[in-house]
Design a protein around this ligand. Structure first.
Ligand code: SF4
Length: 334
């Protein structure tokens, strides 16, 4: 029986951050000014081991989780990540095991991940011109490296591959049509994400948000679209189909059309802290429970935390945005 929270939402999706490190410095997630050479990342002993992550995942499955997404930071910078995938893929009850990655290490890893049991990948790609993409990833990585990663994922069967693009007004809005044009008629679906006030370091401002409806209007003016809606409970993206049969796009509208009412997502940071919302100010420590040897307590602790959950930050955003602390996106991976 799945555990439900105070708003009647079951816990169905677990997002596991396997590292707080990344080989990018995306300006809306991990700005270089903050996450520079003096930034203290988690030490080896602070990060959950694969064995511990598996125990946490099993305890969540016992509470109703069926979908696990591996995130970071950048999950592919964690060594031997395919060993963890193997462990998680072997858990009865996990019917969807996915990963969000920036894609540049996929050419080396895609086959091994697929063989280990990974179902699908979502690749972040915010623009198709190097000038904009490099300005956004802030480490000079060219678009071609990510395209190579996407192609490696498609040929390894890690599909349907999704591409996530965060749209910031005045920065990469020209990429909306370019991305649609590039991936229409392919096995890859583009999802446009509204720029969000995640964490406290990305200088978020409502004026920089390009609403999802404007994305739909711009693409629809070029290629007519029909709404598909959300077809699975808790689905993050609202889906739209090209009328000419060239596939779909998605929009994730946390700012202008929040979807907290159906939010079934729990998040674990790399140091074993449970967060019940992307915009949570604080979390719940599970690592000490893992390391003091008691397993039974873990399921009960997770159930108790989830039953006490009433998060709906995006619906309350206008009232709550000012200075409240929020966990960093790079610590829980979106
Ligand atoms: S703001 Fe929090 S509660 Fe709302 S959808 Fe996002 S993670 Fe879920």
């Amino acid at each position: 029986m799945a555990t439900t929270d105070r708003l009647g939402r079951v816990v169905r999706d677990l997002r596991i951050s396997v590292t707080d490190r990344c080989n990018f410095r995306c300006v809306y997630c991990m700005p270089k000014e903050v996450f520079g050479s003096s930034y203290r990342f988690l030490g080896r002993s602070e990060v959950l081991t694969f064995e511990e992550i598996e125990r946490v995942a099993r305890a969540f499955v016992d509470n109703g989780v069926t979908k696990i997404r591996l995130t970071g930071g950048e999950p592919l910078v964690r060594r031997d990540i395919e060993r963890l995938v193997e462990r998680l893929a072997a858990i009865d009850g996990v019917d969807d095991l996915t990963m969000t990655t920036n894609g540049v290490l996929l050419p080396q890893k895609a086959r091994a991940l697929a063989d280990a049991g990974l179902t699908r990948v979502t690749v972040s790609l915010d623009a198709l011109d190097d000038a904009t993409f490099q300005a956004m990833n802030d480490v000079g990585v060219p678009v071609a490296k990510v395209i190579e990663g996407i192609e490696a994922a498609v040929s390894a069967g890690l599909g349907p591959v999704k591409v996530n693009a965060v749209v910031k007004r005045g920065l990469n809005e020209h990429a909306i049509i370019q991305l649609a044009d590039r991936f229409r008629g392919t096995a890859v679906t583009v999802r446009y994400i509204e720029f969000m006030d995640v964490g406290t370091t990305n200088g978020w401002n409502l004026a920089d948000v390009l609403p999802a409806q404007e994305v739909i209007d711009r693409i629809g003016a070029r290629w007519p679209l029909d709404p598909v809606g959300r077809t699975t409970p808790g689905e993050v993206a609202a889906r739209w189909r090209y009328r000419d049969g060239a596939g779909e796009i998605g929009v994730i509208s946390s700012v202008t059309q929040p979807f907290c009412g159906a939010c079934t997502r729990a998040r674990i940071s790399a140091d074993g802290t449970l967060y019940t919302c992307l915009f949570a100010a604080a979390g719940h420590d599970l690592r000490s429970l893992l390391r003091d040897g008691s397993t039974g307590t873990l399921e009960a602790r997770i159930a108790a935390v989830w039953r006490g959950r009433s998060d709906r930050y995006s619906e309350l955003r206008a009232a709550a945005t000012t200075s409240s602390a929020r966990v960093e996106m790079s610590a829980i991976g979106g």
